[in-house]
Design a binder for this molecule. Sequence first.
Ligand code: GDP
Length: 470
Amino acid sequence: AEILELNATDIIKTLMASGSMVNINQEIDYETAAIVAAEFDLEVEAIEIEDVVSKILEEYDEEETGNEVLRPPVVTVMGHVDHGKTSLLDRIRKANVIAGEAGGITQHIGAYTVNIKKQAITFIDTPGHEAFTAMRSRGAQITDIAVLVVAADDGVMPQTIEAINHAKAAGVPILVAINKIDKPGANPDRVKQELTEYGLVVEEWGGETIAVLVSAKTGEGIDALLEMIILMAEVEELKADPTREARGTVIEAQVKRGKGPVASLLVQQGTLHVGDCILTGTTYGKIKAMIDDKGKRLKKAGPSTPVEISGLSDIPIAGDDFIVLENEKEARQLAEKRKDMQKGERQRRSNISLDDLFSQIQDGNIQDVNIIIKADVQGSIEAIKQSLEKLDNESVRINVIHGAVGAINETDVMLAATSNAIVIGFNVRPDKNAVKLAETEDVDIRLYRVIYDAVEDIKKAMEGMLAPEF
Ligand code: GDP
């Protein structure tokens, strides 16, 4: 009645006349609405709910505001286990509190902001490429710079390589932090040497990678590291318009006592206000309260600011985006429709598989075939990689985005799902979790014992001559 500018009772009367006994609060389905509208000589058009959301998003993207200003960089710390990721994050946070920002109690809200010479940097609190890629698999790209922590006494290790490849696959620039330089066995030059094998050549050796020597234990080099981050951010010219409605990503969510569902959001565009109505996934709500990482209550939060909000209907999912809608009713309706849709159909993203590679190439859907190689020995990875890269032709390029020794694990599958890649296992198998994830994420894993077979299969798939696998 509101939209049609009609009297509600007239609509109810019409409904009753056609046999639907309804009251004013009741929902009617599309068909019924269409019949009623026809009675009033009006036409009803059904719009898919995702179309409504994408329309909102499109309108947002298209708007040229001209109000863009520099925003703080968002940094994720990655690296091998025990190389000092957590220590580094703690050290950076603490150093900043001592620097005079005290007053509040540190709150773990999934990210925190530090100020260096009046410039802010936002750090994601969960280190590691697993979290990074899990977020990316939900479509969230929040990281501007990856700090790769490598222990100077240990050097490049398997997860260092994973981290490099995950950051590269995401197109995120890498800043190297060579950590633990206080240790007697520290050998930063060896680390630099090892990194060259993975395409990271430091500046002093003629490359483009910046490496900073640090100790999370003594604090040495931390300021230099932070200054480098600021410098890199300046080069990247990261911008956002703080005058628009907010948009961003959920970085964490949970139920807190006395608060109900709370979510940590990273504002990426615009400014988020208390009282804004947001929609994220199938969750919605009007923001009741907002705090920052120091526990300070905020009324608004601009670009690159992490905040914890309360007022949501449910716990949202980390990695989902959020948008601001006009009112709570609209947000609720969209959330409910999304829920219905999800019930109806388990949405499946179609990942690439060898079986449909050829048709995808023919349709012009892919120009790059991304491949992840896991093998029992390093030599095989190189051999397969080289043979595969020889298969490049005018229309298709083969990219080996990650290669490592060891069983196929969950992170490999996650990277494959995110990067639309095929996983090749050579004399190795996927572990149980990887198999499960590959099933839900629809990732093609192929196992081989002979290099020739692997290369032949991909060659045939590219030519559309692979016998289908049943
Ligand atoms: P993560 O697994 O990468 O998060 O590593 P942690 O931050 O948990 O650090 C692993 C171990 O290395 C801990 O025992 C830390 O105390 C130690 N550690 C971290 N950074 C340094 C450092 O700069 N110097 C020394 N000597 N020890 C460090």
